[in-house]
Design a protein around this ligand. Structure first.
Ligand SMILES: Nc1ncnc2c1ncn2[C@@H]1O[C@H](COP(=O)(O)OP(=O)(O)OP(=O)(O)O)[C@@H](O)[C@H]1O
Length: 238
């Protein structure tokens, strides 16, 4: 199993409940889409999974490590791509990745080998010497995803990584990240766009702090387009 397990997670901002008793699992090597409209609680969940916030109750396990009991081990197995870009635009792609590698205690040939491998997985190796500033939005995101892979995480979290990208760049990015699961990486991909979800993906539908459905996208959408099912589920409770 391993992968990512979330059990009975709740969180409130004062009187505002942002997550209520959220539980789901993503098996090792699976792509799981966390689908929810604006305000569903996706970013709050990511903040809890990355320990920016500490959950008052509930449990998170990353690749078998309990986030509360063994935070170092759990976080070491996590790769994170936040909604807002954090690339230094004045550095080259390789310099950005080198900086991150150094933060993880990696240097020299080991770091160079890992950076090349990560860039290659995202189809970005030939752009390693370009400054981040000259890259288009899709390539910047791919550089950020490569950066999140340098320390070989078991679980990759991406919080609405396609925000601001055009349709072609979104499709390329979703293809690249789906391909990462072939090598065993577990992926949690937050989005509000149903066209980023494939029928064989695991799907968690989050709305107004609660999970409305979990399962494969195929099972949840039944014989309808996922978009219609998602709108029916979320509009019914607006
Ligand atoms: N700092 C805060 N104080 C009070 N309420 C907050 C705070 N941050 C988020 N919320 C509320 O908590 C709920 C969940 O917000 P969250 O940002 O996790 O949702 P989201 O699914 O990531 O939305 P989006 O797709 O818009 O980023 C929303 O109702 C939001 O207004």
């Amino acid at each position: 199993m391993s992968g990512l397990q979330v059990k009975n997670l709740s969180y409130a901002y004062g009187a505002k409940t942002a997550l209520e008793d959220v539980s789901f699992s993503v098996m090792s090597g699976q792509f799981c889409a966390l689908l929810g409209p604006n305000g569903a609680g996706k970013s709050t969940l990511f903040n809890l999974l990355t320990r920016l916030f500490v959950a008052p109750q509930g449990r998170v396990s990353v690749a078998g490590h309990d986030l509360a009991k063994a935070p170092r081990d759990a976080l070491a197995r996590l790769g994170i791509v936040f909604q807002q870009s954090t690339l230094d635009l004045d550095l080259t792609v390789r310099q950005n990745l080198n900086y991150f590698a150094a933060l993880h205690g990696l240097s020299g040939k080991d770091a160079a080998r890992r950076i090349d491998a990560a860039l290659d997985k995202l189809g970005m190796l030939e752009r390693a010497q370009e400054k981040a500033r000259v890259l288009n939005g899709g390539h910047r995101r791919r550089a950020e995803i490569a950066r999140a892979l340098i320390h070989d995480p078991a679980v990759l979290l991406l919080d609405e990584p396609t925000v601001g990208l055009d349709a072609a760049a979104r499709a390329a990015l979703t293809d690249h990240v789906h391909a990462l699961t072939d090598e065993g990486t577990t992926v949690l991909w937050a989005t509000h766009l149903t066209d980023e979800v494939r029928l064989d993906d695991q799907l968690v539908i989050l709305h107004q702090a609660r999970i409305l459905a979990t399962g494969t996208a195929r099972d949840i959408s039944k014989d309808r387009p996922l978009q219609a099912t998602f709108l029916a589920m979320t509009e019914a409770t607006v």
